[in-house]
Design a protein around this ligand. Sequence first.
Ligand code: NDP
Length: 478
Amino acid sequence: MYINGDFVKAKSGKTRDIINPANGKVMATVPEAQPEDVFEAVIAAREAFDGQEWSSKTALERQDLMLALAQKIRDKFDFFVELETQNNGKPKREAEFDIDDSINCLKFYAGLATKIHGETMSVPANSFSFVTREPIGVCAQIIPWNFPFLMLVWKIAPALITGNTVVLKPSEITPLTALEFAKCFDEVGFPKGVLNIITGDGTVAGNALISDTRIDKIAFTGGTNTGKHIAKIAAENLKKVTLELGGKNPVIIFDDANLDLTVDWALFAAFANSGQVCTAGSRLLVHADIYDVFVQKFVEGAKKIKLGNGLLSETTMGPVVSKAHFDKIMNYIQIGKSEANLAFGGNGNSENGYFIEPTIFVDVKPSDRIAKEEIFGPVVAIMKFESEEEAIHLANDTEYGLGFGIFTQNITKVHRISPKIKAGIGWVNWYHPTFNEMPWGGYKQSGTGRELGLYGIENYLEVKQVNINLDTDPVGWY
Ligand code: NDP
């Protein structure tokens, strides 16, 4: 682990094996943090923040370090791509995209370092009134296994560039690129304790971290149930908290859509990263007039997906991340078979890696569990609608509110419908592209707060008002 500028084992000596999901074999062993290790990391981050070596650096100095870090990752690009592929299972071309996007995110926030500014306000009195923005303090950050490196960078870049310090816990399943990232971070020359990375179980190390009263803020990406637990703990200590949680994201496909283009993007929406994406387009709502032809073309497209080890160039979909997750998805497929009609896929193989076919259920009803619950795997539910009103109703008929898609040639329809969808991230005539400049986050049970863009740094800044009396008169109240 990386604590206070040192690479250390767990004090208890406990370790955890890390499995390559493409073959089920142990690929590395990492320390298993216990609360005592977490406390040490929190103390390091606390001292690094309170000592002000980091927060008092000039914005330009922070920018330079962040840019140097981005360059170091770029220099080891192929290494990070292969490691991410092996640990998470995703195809190499998806890992390439993730690492590239992560480097751009580091650069984006490096650029913002010098743009953080205060304001002056004209208040109705003889006062010089100004607002400053200050770092919050020590941030606990907990990330999931679906985009291990990208989520790491989304979390640490805005936190550090604004002068905070961090203790981050990656998923117990996918900690390897985070630990390699720590090496780059260390080599670049950031002060000790500014970033600490602990590896271990969420219910032990994660819980110790979020419960620690010495932290000032919690940022979490992961499942909605874990998010609710974290929100409760954060409320007890009144910590600031941002949560990026799950989704059951609707993709509305109208009869005037360009059909081939729509099928192409809908496949990407549903099956990128084996469907293990919080914004995965896992509910396809298709207009009745094109339903049959859409399903036929969508199934044809799914048949062409090549399942396999992500390191092989022909692979277009990798395994799911773990045996436990494989079992969870296969259970949902069983549920789906009892609720709807299976149009394609449905088979899994966990003898040598954790592979599940792209799986398509049709004629799904809104009340079906596969229409309501986040499966987080390569399983898509297709439903039929007749009218615009019905499409909007179905799209919003979920406890979640993260992503949505609309496919139509009619821009007026897009503007009419988009404000009526209760979700934070929309795509029209494509799906999934993500921009560092744009806010990321959800409505309803998909979370609270926004990451990325200028919105992302607001999560890591306190706002302070100061008012200077420009008169010399006494108040004369008493
Ligand atoms: P979790 O929400 O459990 O895991 C996300 C992170 O939270 C991991 O680092 C995990 O640690 C940590 N964590 C777990 N429990 C606690 C706790 N009590 N206190 C602090 N941290 C904790 O997701 P799972 O991996 O269990 O996946 C469950 C489901 O969540 C998925 O099937 C999917 O539906 C959803 N999910 C959504 C994601 C998203 O991007 N929105 C990402 C991942 C999952 P560790 O893993 O080390 O135990």
